[in-house]
Structure formats: C-alpha cells, structure tokens
Design a protein around this ligand. Structure first.
Ligand code: ADP
Length: 395
C-alpha cells in the first residue's frame, strides 16, 4: 500500500509517501509559507531535491501541489492519484476523547475541532489539512494518529494537577504529554531489541528542539514530561520547561507584561536559547562551549541535568529501569550530551561504552555488556509510525 503521511502546521505541510510493505520512503517534501507566499520542496527517493516558489493562499493549493508532484511524469513516484491507497494525518492534540488512532469520520473531525482550545494553532491547521485532502481525494480512506494518544494509559496520579478537581472535570485541565508517536515508536523498538520480554521498564528521551522524556511499563506509557501543553518539562531549544507558575505574576507585576506576552517569552525566547544568550541549535551551543563560552556551557549543563532528574524520577515511578533510549536530533546525534546525562546515572550501575557512544544517527547499543541498564540510540520515525497505524486501522 502507498500511504501518504501528512503533517500539517498553520503555515506548513510536511508529507511523505511510504510503501507499507517495504516501509521505504518513496518521496517526501514540504510546503512552507502557506497563506503568505508559498514555497514547495519535493524529493523522490534517490532523486534530486527540487525547490520552487508556488502561490499557496490556503492548504488546498498546498495539497494540490503535493499530488501534482507525486504524479508528475518525470519526477513523480505514482502514475496517478489512484495509487494513493490511504492518507495518515498527524494530530498534535487529541484531548481526552481521542485515545488511539481513528479512521476519519465527521465525528472524528469534530473531536479534533473540539480540542482546538488546547492547541489552537496545531489543531485548526490539522482540520484545514484534512479538509483539503478530502476535497482533492474524496475516495481515499484517511486516518488520524494523535501525539497525545500513546499517553492515555498514564494513571490519574501521573496526569492530574493538584488543583481544584472541577478544572479537570469541566475544562479537561490535566497533563496530556506530547511526542507520543515518537515515544511509542522508540519504546516498541526498544522492547523488540530487548527480545520481547513479558515485562519491561523503558525510558525514552526524545531530545530535539522540542524535548520530552517518557517511561513505559510493559510497553504502556506511565509518564511524559510535557503537560497540558508542550511547554512543560525539560529545558528545550526555546521553551523553559518546568517553572513555578508564580513567576508569571511576578514578571507581570515587575514589567507590566500580559500573561500572553509572558507565555510567548516562555515558549519562544527561553530554554537553551535564553541561557546561552541567543543560540538554540545544539551544534552552535556545543561549539561555543568548547571555545570557553560560559553561558553556552551553562545551557548544556542545565539541559543534561534536567533530563537526568526526569530519568531519576521515572526510575522511582517504575521502581527500576531496564533500558534507556535516546532519540531525535540531539539524542541521536550528540554523544557528548548523552554522556553528560548518563554520568548522573552511574548509581544505577549504568556504564556507557565510550566507543559505541560515538555513534551519530544510527541505531546502536551504547552501554557496555556489563552495564545494569541498557542504553540505546534509536532513531525515531514518526512518519513510519503514522503509516503503520494507518495501514493497521484499514486492515
Ligand atoms: P525538532 O524536530 O523538534 O525541530 P530535531 O529533532 O530536528 O528538532 O532536533 C534539533 C536539534 O538536534 C538541534 O538542536 C540540532 O543542533 C540537533 N542536531 C541535529 N543534527 C545534529 C548533529 N548531526 N549533531 C549534533 N546535533 C544535531
């Protein structure tokens, strides 16, 4: 089956076509600046990357360029639209009702719209993407895969906030956790690598620009460091992560900024970007730290320290851990950060294999044979996870 995987943002649309039998990417690309001017990137497997400016007033035009490129006589990978067997859409927020993946129906679209309050930019864009695909491919079955669904197995003691219960009951204020598709993909792979034992305790560190840690007992998610929104938890590229809510009132009084302005700062001007005085890419920060930039070093130290603290708390939550996995841009590629984190965890009997830990971007066991906790680098693949879920639903 050819699965078209769509990941829609408010002004962007990423896509891949995946052959579900071989699990190979046949083509991929990106529509950017939707609603502004429009930029289109397309690359067939083994072919050249093409980039062009194309007017994209709405997501409809974006989807039509995707179809045009995929079926183009010279560079397309499909003969016609009929060769798209199904479409899988990534959804950021599924709220409390979308607890797994679903074939798209009007009721499902309404649910996505109903939880748009919780992720206004993302969910509104997802619905635009779904509508555009339905318009251009009316007969193709479509599914949604929610980033919050994998975390729906968290117990109430993990997902509730200790505030009046009515905010949970009436307004659905609770921890949802994010990056679920990645945490699911990586934890399932870890369990496979462990030889599919009946019982397992796994921790996944998804360390990218956005970053989160999760823990899974017997494959079921028990915790995720993100909260009601993806602002909570780790120190991230530009997000602050854990913070005392009173800081909002304090800054408001001191500087006269509104709640919205302060949250904008917490989301876009904080994290390692703020700590390092203006760098959010870990390659830049690591380079500056190496040259003696103290603020860059502080950013790296705080990042690793926070990840290690989360891992420690999840070891306690699960009363043990068998395997710790690193994934996403930093987790897969930055051995120095992996080492900084693992250095906090030697009390668990964890031993990092210095040579193996030099790996960049490949799946690898990076702990020593005698280590009491296995440590893996496992590249994440959210698109493949979405394609697999979509095909499984259709079957
Ligand atoms: P997101 O998907 O959340 O935007 P990514 O998972 O792409 O983020 O991760 C981005 C981060 O990964 C950046 O900080 C970048 O520096 C880091 N990164 C990506 N590739 C490498 C690499 N080869 N070596 C070191 N760091 C890398």
């Amino acid at each position: 089956m050819n699965v078209l995987v769509i990941n829609c943002g408010s002004s962007s649309l990423k896509f891949q076509v995946i052959d579900s039998e071989t699990e190979k990417v046949e083509a991929k690309g990106l529509c950017e600046r939707i609603g502004i001017d429009g930029n289109f990137t397309y690359q067939p497997a083994g072919g050249e990357k093409e980039e062009s400016e194309k007017p994209m007033p709405t997501h409809n035009e974006a989807v039509s360029y995707v179809i045009e490129a995929l079926t183009n006589e010279k560079t397309g990978v499909l003969k016609s639209l009929d060769e798209i067997d199904c479409v899988g859409h990534r959804i950021v927020h599924g709220g409390t009702n979308l607890t797994h993946s679903y074939i798209i129906t009007e009721d499902v679209v309404k649910e996505i719209e109903d939880c748009a309050d919780l992720a206004p930019l993302h969910n509104t864009a997802h619905v635009l993407g779904i509508r555009a695909c339905q318009k251009l491919m009316p007969n193709v079955p479509m599914a949604i895969v929610c980033d919050t669904a994998f975390q729906q197995t968290m117990p109430p003691k993990a997902y509730l906030y200790a505030i009046p219960y009515k905010y949970y009951e009436e307004d659905k204020v609770r921890k949802y956790g994010f990056h679920g598709t990645s945490h699911m993909f990586v934890s399932q792979r870890a369990i496979e690598l462990m030889g599919n034992p009946d019982h397992s305790k796994v921790i996944v560190c998804h360390l990218g620009n956005g970053a989160s840690v999760s823990c899974e007992v017997d494959g079921k998610c028990m915790e995720n460091s993100m909260g009601l929104t993806p602002l909570d938890g780790l120190v991230m590229g530009t997000r602050c992560g854990d913070i005392d809510a009173s800081v909002v009132e304090y800054i408001n009084k001191k500087h006269g900024l509104s709640v919205q302005e302060i949250l904008n700062i917490f989301n876009k001007e904080s994290g390692v970007y703020a700590l390092s005085d203006g760098m959010s890419d870990f390659r830049d920060i690591a380079g500056a730290a190496e040259k003696g930039n103290e603020r860059a070093q502080l950013a790296l130290d705080m990042f690793a320290y926070r990840v290690a603290k989360y891992i420690g708390s999840y070891v306690a939550a699960m009363n043990g851990v068998d395997t710790i996995c690193f994934t996403a841009g930093i987790g897969e590629n930055n051995g120095m950060i992996r080492k900084m984190i693992c250095d906090y965890l030697t009390f668990l009997g964890l031993e990092l294999d210095t040579e193996a830990n030099k790996v960049i971007g490949d799946e690898k066991l990076v702990s020593t044979p005698s280590s009491k906790v296995k440590v893996y680098v496992i590249p994440t693949n959210e698109e493949l996870a979405i394609a697999r879920e979509t095909v499984a639903l259709l079957k």
